[in-house]
Design a protein around this ligand. Structure first.
Ligand code: PGA
Length: 248
């Protein structure tokens, strides 16, 4: 079923980042006013960096506080400790958490080192549930349509789990790791169903290289061939696209 409550916002990168930050700021302040916490689902990759810069700017210059923010990241490479500079844990601290006043105890990234993948994944799902579920989930999109590390073939019912990274994902990550042979082969990712439980989903895409996959995700056939297409089945998705990704 397709819902009509999907919106697309297209503009310069700065513009779409400000619009996204407006949503987060309103959520943080609204919840803070009621003494409540807000649960954000966050993403790594190059796409959200200017958005994180905007959040940091609002913290520094306008006093936006993250003290009532609880965050859950989408995914993590298997086997990289938190001190590994390419771990998503480390990236999130470098790019956002170190620069705002979030309580370190409120930050969660899926475990990268575990003995029992199923137990680790179940524990992550339980933590999200215990926090009350995700209010606002940020997503990037991979070149083949993954969200989190839900690679091609991931179903709508998939939950947090260990996954084998796609060839394309490994190729895309190779420069950051100094060669394909250094890229982890597995990861732990929130599932498609886990993501779809978020009350609001914001997918951000930048650059002409994302144009075709964004189009397929937004208006192509819904199915595991393009996992991001399952967003069409969610009632509250915002697509935030720069002019290049939107082809305008
Ligand atoms: P990118 O990755 O932001 O580095 O393009 C997006 C993704 O793979 O989800």
């Amino acid at each position: 079923m397709q819902f009509s409550s999907q919106t697309a916002q297209v503009g310069e990168v700065g513009e779409i980042c400000r619009a996204m930050a407006d949503e987060v700021e309103a959520l943080i302040k609204g919840k803070a006013a009621g003494g409540e916490k807000v649960v954000l689902g966050l993403a790594t990759g190059s796409t959200p960096l200017p958005f994180y810069h905007e959040l940091i700017r609002r913290h520094r210059e306008e006093g936006l506080s993250f003290q009532n923010v609880v965050s859950f990241n989408l995914d993590e490479y298997e086997g990289l400790g938190r001190d590994h500079e390419r771990s998503y844990w480390a990236e999130m601290w470098q790019n956002l958490f170190d620069h705002v006043d979030i309580d370190p105890g409120n930050v969660s990234v899926p475990p990268s080192i575990f003995e029992d993948a199923e137990a680790a994944a179940a524990g992550y799902e339980a933590a999200i549930r215990e926090a009350g579920g995700i209010d606002w989930q940020l997503l990037g999109i991979g070149g083949e349509g993954h969200i989190g590390f839900n690679e091609k073939g991931s179903g709508e019912e998939s939950r947090t789990r260990r996954i084998t990274l796609a060839r394309k994902t490994i190729e895309d990550a190779a420069p950051a790791f100094g060669g394909e042979e250094n890229v982890p082969t597995h990861a732990i990712t929130m599932g498609v169903a886990t993501i779809l439980e978020a009350r609001r989903i914001v997918l951000m895409a930048r650059g002409a290289s994302k144009r075709e996959i964004v189009l397929r995700a937004m208006s192509g056939e819904v199915g595991p061939e393009v996992p991001a297409s399952f967003l069409q089945n969610h009632g509250n998705v915002g697509w935030f696209l720069d002019n290049d990704a939107a082809g305008s």
